[in-house]
Design a protein around this ligand. Structure first.
Ligand code: AMP
Length: 308
């Protein structure tokens, strides 16, 4: 069975969307990644840190989904990472109101012995030096290293971010962040520039407008499923990343064609995430529901055309 090592924040989030508000619910990049990846037949582990304010019921959620939390460090007397965001009416853009690193500020990640040979490493959103430290601890070069990041780290740790980007295979990034990283408006040009920085594959996420996968001269586009109800986009990007990395870990095939399927799996799981607040929908998502929706993706993207 393939092994997936997941690094990223495990957090408390406070979220405001046009449909409501929540205070201090479970969030964090590694949380969403691992919940999405748990849909696949793989072994997974989280490397992260929380404070002792982190409730047992959240830990139990991970364990019940067979996610190894032995390297999810709990700092006595420490406070967990806290993020507060408010979405605009279009739900495609948001303002970050608060980012409190708390225990993350002094975090030194420790990769568990039995995951030092992981097939896939998913470096979720976190300080790029922490992401780099995880790469350096691997006993053998993973088949695939995927990295997700955001503007916060471009603004606050660009040098470290560029260093880690040079060591990875796939970057998943949203359109605005791709533009910020490259100073290019065209996403095609931005993807080209990013490939020159290191990654062989670039995935640009465009929220409700889907995701683009670039590799040399090849491009693939996966739409987002048009949904009747979107309550809270938080975690969509991470659920995408979890679905993408989880599928590749299960199939152990990193051809471009399989990466295309991984993009569809990522989009599929992200579509569930946004249907309810926080992690609610991902917590009870059944494999059967995910499979049924995959068929909708197939119908949405297939057509016949005759050339005259
Ligand atoms: P997404 O909506 O997929 O971009 O991810 C949202 C999640 O990212 C939330 O659950 C936050 O806890 C987490 N998050 C927000 N800001 C940061 C940051 N600077 N570094 C790491 N994780 C973050």
């Amino acid at each position: 069975m393939g092994k997936l090592l997941i690094v990223g924040t495990v957090a408390f989030d406070a979220i405001e969307t046009p449909f409501g508000k929540t205070d201090k619910i479970l969030g964090g990049a590694a949380t969403y990644i691992s919940l999405a990846a748990s849909q696949f037949n793989i072994k997974s582990a989280i490397v992260s840190v929380v404070g002792d304010d982190f409730p047992k019921k959240h830990m139990d959620l991970f364990t019940n989904k067979n996610i190894d939390v032995s390297s999810l460090e709990v700092v006595k007397g420490g406070k967990s990472f806290y993020w507060k965001g408010k979405y605009h009416n279009d739900l495609n853009s948001r303002d970050t109101l608060v980012t409190e690193l708390n225990v993350l500020a002094d975090f030194s990640p420790v990769v568990p012995e039995n995951f030092k040979d992981a097939d896939v490493v998913m470096l979720g959103n976190l300080h790029p030096s922490t992401q780099m430290s995880v790469i350096n601890q691997m006993a053998i070069r993973p088949k695939l290293i995927v990295l997700d990041t955001m503007n916060f780290w471009m603004d606050n740790a660009l040098t470290e971010l560029m260093a880690v980007i040079a060591h990875i295979d796939v970057i998943t990034i949203n359109d605005e962040e791709a533009r910020q990283l490259t100073n290019e408006y065209s996403l095609v040009k931005a993807a080209e520039k990013i490939q020159q920085m290191g990654p062989k594959y670039v995935v640009i996420k465009k929220g409700e407008h889907g995701a683009l996968l670039f590799h040399k001269t090849e491009v693939f586009f996966a739409p987002a499923l048009p949904l009747e109800e979107v309550f809270d986009p938080t975690g969509a990007g991470d659920s995408f990343a979890g679905g993408f990395a989880g599928y590749l870990t299960e199939t152990e095939n990193i051809s471009f064609n399989n990466l295309k399927r991984a993009v569809i799996h990522g989009s599929n799981l992200a579509s569930f995430c946004v249907e309810r607040f926080g992690t609610e929908r991902m917590e009870d998502l059944q494999k059967k529901e995910a499979n049924e929706r995959l068929l909708q993706f197939k119908e949405l993207t297939q057509f016949d055309i005759e050339l005259q």
